[in-house]
Design a protein around this ligand. Sequence first.
Ligand SMILES: Nc1nc2c(ncn2[C@@H]2O[C@H](COP(=O)(O)OP(=O)(O)OP(=O)(O)O)[C@@H](O)[C@H]2O)c(=O)[nH]1
Ligand SMILES: [Mg+2]
Length: 365
Amino acid sequence: MSDETPQPGPWPRPCIVVVGGFLASGKTTLILAAARLLQQRGVRCAVILNDQSNGLVDSRLATAEGFLAREVTGGCFCCRFSELMSSIEHLQTFRPEVIFAEPVGSCTDISATVLGPLLECFDRYRVAPFTVLVDPARAAALQAADADADMAFLFEKQLHEADLVCITKADIYPDAAAIPGVVAGTPGVSTRRLSARTGQGVQQWLDEILLGSQQAGRTTLEIDYARYAQAEAALAWLNLSCDLVPAVPLSPALIIGPLMDRLDTALTAAAIPIVHLKVFDRCASGWLKAAVCANGEEPRVEGDLDASPAGRHELVVNLRAKGDPELVRRSVEEQLTHIEGKVLDVHLECFSPAPPKPERRVARS
Ligand SMILES: Nc1nc2c(ncn2[C@@H]2O[C@H](COP(=O)(O)OP(=O)(O)OP(=O)(O)O)[C@@H](O)[C@H]2O)c(=O)[nH]1
Ligand SMILES: [Mg+2]
């Protein structure tokens, strides 16, 4: 980390770092990697996760990794701005110097509806430039001629309101520019490339947003909210949490592995495109998280692959897919019946996101 990287506080005002970007672009992974780097320097961090519903894999992951995390649920930050503010206020008890906030990955107009109102609280917080993450493979897919029009709309709107664009996953896409259709961002907006997995570029990004001179919330989108609502409603949003008591004790890997395979097979058979499928399992011996960003992908796994078998598990599934929520719900419910053992205390919600209705909108020129 550079010599200028923030040193332990007390800072006069905590810095709110909003990290946006399309579903599965790498927001949580980057936030946790950055928080880890800062905490190694003694900088106190907290994380606020956001979702349309309850039961979040991302907050389970943040907490499992030892971070102070809070959730704003039941709608995006813009529609739940008061709750975002309450969460920030609550976190003040722990005197964090940096508070990362991850909006819902299908959400846009964040600069006007979240950064704008936050910037009005300049006496209490600093607000970092709005970083929007781009997964190069998703960018290529959503800029292709046959791209899904709703997803492409959300993706492009998100990109156009960024103060700073970061192209993620540089470890697997070392030459993202070679992928057709990868954009450089809005003219005048700087673009960085990083990998939260290897750490490449993370320190430089932190230095830029925490110490740089870039203004936050520079761009106010022009956006048709009816079109925006239609695009978000094309998604099926499923959150499932339950307790599992397998017929014989199993490790998290033996719960998650077959479940991910079955979910992928079932969704593919039902012609439902996966946008992001995340599964988290925790038991007495450890935790494991696996995720795929498309049908047929090899799951990316984090956590304790070697955790020993246990007789009781907490399971959380978050699926964002393109298609009919009822079909998605049935495909997932059906897979639960294949688990040998008891599935208890099931909370399952599956819906299309409701039209966004921001509490506040502060347009800046
Ligand atoms: N190889 C590689 N994979 C990454 C990197 N960053 C994220 N990923 C993977 O990409 C997937 C999505 O990452 P997340 O951090 O969950 O993405 P997100 O934007 O928070 O997703 P949502 O919250 O669902 O919108 C996960 O499987 C990550 O492990 C990276 O730098 N390199
Ligand atoms: Mg996330």
